[in-house]
Design a protein around this ligand. Sequence first.
Ligand SMILES: Nc1ncnc2c1ncn2[C@@H]1O[C@H](COP(=O)(O)OP(=O)(O)OP(=O)(O)O)[C@@H](O)[C@H]1O
Length: 198
Amino acid sequence: MLTVRGLKRLHLSVSFDLPDGECVALQGPSGVGKTLLLRSIADLDPNEGTVKLDGMLREAMPAPAWRRRVTYLAAEPGWWSDTVQDHFAAWEDALPLVARLGLPDDCGAWSIQRLSTGERLRLGLARALMLRSRVLLLDEPTSALDPAAAAAVEGVIAERISDGTSVLWTTHDGAQARRVGARIFVMRADGGIEENRP
Ligand SMILES: Nc1ncnc2c1ncn2[C@@H]1O[C@H](COP(=O)(O)OP(=O)(O)OP(=O)(O)O)[C@@H](O)[C@H]1O
């Protein structure tokens, strides 16, 4: 269970619980603060409040260890080396997942520069999924994808949720929010969130 109490970052002030094996869709107008919230939970930006995983404070462990458990996937994942496979600890192990996301086996040798926006998104997702995190904070993970690729992503994430992973998933697509979210949070302009049932 991820517990967020009194998280404050700029105008945000948010409290909620995210149980194991639950997906919450996060909606709200562009610029309202959804990315700020996800980055704050992952402790990527300075913020105040109490954030715990299974009762353990995030301050009780080094930040990289927290982020391996509570993993943020940016809308535009970052890259730091030349080829795709350089970004994976065990590329061979990632191949089945990469194939399910609709990418060919030989994409490990591809240069990062040649990747399309959708390929970057799916490979960034594969990289994050290989961490086997307890909580995934997904920032518009299908925004640049065609319907088939988006469906593949939804299918892979749904399996992880069945296995007990918790997910906070931002999307501007109301139909997707209702499909993937057991609950829907809507962020208001004042930086709070309210819950809508899908
Ligand atoms: N480091 C920062 N300092 C000050 N303001 C910031 C900072 N980072 C983001 N903002 C502002 O906070 C607001 C919320 O940004 P955020 O990226 O969280 O929006 P969002 O809800 O994810 O939007 P979108 O749906 O367009 O992705 C924006 O007005 C943004 O300019």
